[in-house]
Design a protein around this ligand. Structure first.
Ligand SMILES: Nc1nc2c(c(=O)[nH]1)N[C@H]1C(S)=C(S)[C@@H](COP(=O)(O)O)O[C@H]1N2
Ligand SMILES: [Mo]
Length: 213
């Protein structure tokens, strides 16, 4: 099941790369702004009041859980993986949305391939250097636009926006994307994250205004 999604995502990537430069993304489509959202041109910062500073030589991303090959990636190891770019819209549950965010980094599917999750793994639990956590189904994570982002608009992701690396999951409300990401754990059973235990929706779909559980 997740294997099929994985393959489908990789296929979509190939098609997208081919189409790049040929097709322009539809702009300002009436159905582009999810219900209850307002468009912003700025980029608000939302965090727990802590913006940890992690020097790149000390930065690590631990990818573990129900996987055949757990990995602890250094900054250089992350940079050595295939790098991709994706332009996506960003929807925060506090009702602001930002269009056309150009993120660069490593596709989640690349990490999936690297650590080889067990078929029993169906959920992903993300942790951040600030103590944050959030949980997402594996199926959602295998979408081709899900990234470990290290670049925004061609420059390194700033500390306030979650650098050195943050998770981007464009199709879900942005709290599902951990800034200052430090860990990715593959799990058989779902485990609620920081906001999910505090009443936020577990599924977080902006199109159905799935904000609070
Ligand atoms: N580590 C961490 N990641 C986090 C958060 C946080 O507090 N800590 N806040 C989440 C929320 S609620 C949102 S809307 C986005 C905000 O990202 P931004 O500050 O770049 O706008 O990050 C998400 N990821
Ligand atoms: Mo948010």
């Amino acid at each position: 099941m997740s294997k099929d999604r994985y393959i489908a995502a990789k296929q979509k990537w190939a098609e997208k790369q081919k189409a790049r430069g040929v097709t322009a993304r539809a702009t300002a489509a009436a159905d582009r702004l999810p219900p209850g959202q307002k468009l912003t041109t700025g980029f608000p910062v939302l965090d727990l009041g802590v913006q940890p500073s992690i020097p790149l030589p000390e930065w690590r991303l631990k990818v573990d859980g129900l996987v055949a090959k757990p990995a602890t990636l250094s900054w250089d190891a992350l940079q050595a993986l295939p790098q991709v770019e994706d332009v996506s819209d960003f929807h925060c549950v506090t009702t602001w949305s930002k269009y056309d965010c150009r993120w660069g980094g490593v596709a989640f599917t690349t990490l999936y391939e690297l650590v080889q999750p067990d078929p029993a793994a169906q959920f992903v639990y993300f942790t951040g250097y600030d103590g944050y956590s959030t949980n997402v189904s594996l199926a959602q994570c295998l979408d081709d636009d899900v990234l470990v982002a290290t670049r925004f608009e061609g420059a390194p992701v700033t500390r306030e926006h979650g650098g050195p690396a943050r998770i981007i999951i464009p199709k879900l409300y942005a709290w599902k994307g951990a800034k200052f990401v430090s860990g990715i754990t593959f799990l058989a059973a779902d485990k609620l994250g920081f906001w999910e235990v505090r009443g936020y929706s577990n599924t977080a779909d902006p199109w159905t205004e799935d904000r609070y559980a």
